[in-house]
Every structure is written in C-alpha cells, then in structure tokens.
Design a binder for this molecule. Structure first.
Ligand SMILES: O=C(CO)[C@@H](O)[C@H](O)COP(=O)(O)O
Length: 220
C-alpha cells in the first residue's frame, strides 16, 4: 500500500499542530517538511525550530526534505529536533557519500533527492547506502506546481536499478510535486512507494477524503 506524506508547505502555519493532527487522523502515513534556504531554491521556509515544535504533535514519521546548500552544517540540529528521515539533494552536496553517512551517524534514515533534470544514474554508487530516493516531479521551491510526467520513466529506471541489486524492498521510491488522484497512479504503477502531496491534501476541506481519494486511485 502506498504511503502518503502530506507536505506542510500547504498547511496553515498558524494552526500547524491541529493541521498535522487532522491529517494523521485522516490516514496520513508520514509528515513531509520542506526546508528551503533561498539559495538552492528560490524560496525560504522553515528550520529545525519548526521540526521541534511539530514533534510533540504527532507520532508519525517526520520526513524532512532539505532543499538547502551546506546541509552538513544543519543535519545534527534537524536530527536532534525530531526528524526521522533526512533527505538531501544530490545537486547540493559536493561529497554526497560523506553527507549520507553524516545523516546515518545521527541515528536518522538517509535519503537523496533528484531534481527533474538529474538522471537516476547519478545515484548508482550510493544506492546501497540509502533508505529512500526522492524523485522530484516539479522543480523544487514551491507548492502547487504542475506534475512533470517524465518522472514516470525515471521511476521505472530506478526500480529496475534497485531490483537488479536486490534493493527493491529496502529503498523507498518517493515522488514529490503535483501529486493528486490523477497523477498518483502513474507513478505507483511504475514502482513509487511513497507520495508527497501538498495542495492535494491541505488544499482540500476534507483532508481524510483527499488522502483516501489518492490511495484509492492507486488501488485501481
Ligand atoms: O518540495 C516541494 C516543492 O519544492 C513539495 O513538497 C511541494 O510542497 C509539494 O506540493 P504540491 O505540488 O503537492 O502542492
């Protein structure tokens, strides 16, 4: 069964605790937290303080997506604040292998994200070291963008690479950007196991219904 990770970027930040409770009760599997630095991506969002504030409001996995430069400097603070998974961008890490082990040494799961234009082959030499690959289906920086369908071919390629190396059940394939009940089945049929959804969940009045609609579309 596909996991749904609502992105709090589309939530009401003035009511964040309640918003998170609502999606947890509505069937969310993880909570996705988008961290943006205004350098790697053209937007500024939140830091470890918000992760720490959110932590007591949910038992769900806190899935922290760092869209930042100099990730190594901030990883310990995000881990201490309650992150369960930390994702860094391949494009923003000069020494990716070292950064992956820096995350794991904090006792946190490690994931790597690729922008839409970055080939999956760039992860060939770290696949054994990570818990998840996040394939962006929009250019990172903002919620509410249109799904880029080329990601489907990348999911297929990544799934084949993982299976060839016996990692098919070990490494999650997460997709982020423009996910809704129409686009979700395109990527789950290709092998995605976890979907981030911002507007398609927090932009709806009935969050439980929105989550169930995405899950149901993937079952068909
Ligand atoms: O990381 C990002 C954007 O950079 C995402 O997590 C978005 O927040 C997803 O929002 P929707 O496209 O689902 O509205």
């Amino acid at each position: 069964m596909v996991k749904i990770a609502p992105s709090i970027l589309s939530a009401d930040f003035a009511r964040l605790g309640e918003e998170i409770k609502e999606v947890e009760q509505g069937g969310a599997d993880w909570i996705h937290i988008d961290v943006m630095d205004g350098h790697f991506v053209p937007n500024l969002t939140i830091g470890p303080l918000v992760v720490k504030a959110v932590r007591p409001h949910t038992n769900l996995t806190l899935d922290v997506h760092l869209m930042i430069e100099n990730a190594d400097m901030y990883i310990p603070e995000f881990a201490k604040s309650g992150a369960d998974i930390i994702t860094v961008h391949q494009e923003a890490c000069v020494h990716l292998h070292r950064t992956i082990y820096h995350i794991k040494n904090q006792g946190v799961k490690a994931a790597v994200s690729l922008n839409p234009a970055t080939p999956v082959g760039t992860l060939e030499h770290v696949l054994e070291d990570i818990d998840m690959v996040l394939l962006m289906s929009v250019n990172p920086g903002f919620g509410g963008q249109k799904f880029i369908p080329e990601v489907v071919r990348k999911v297929t390629q990544l799934k084949t690479m993982l299976e060839e190396r016996g990692l098919g059940d070990k490494v999650e394939i997460q997709i982020d950007g423009g996910i809704n009940a129409e686009t979700a089945p395109l990527v789950t049929k290709a092998g995605a196991t976890c979907l981030v959804a911002g507007n398609a969940v927090f932009g709806q009045a009935d969050r439980a219904r929105a989550i169930e609609d995405i899950k149901q579309a993937c079952r068909l």
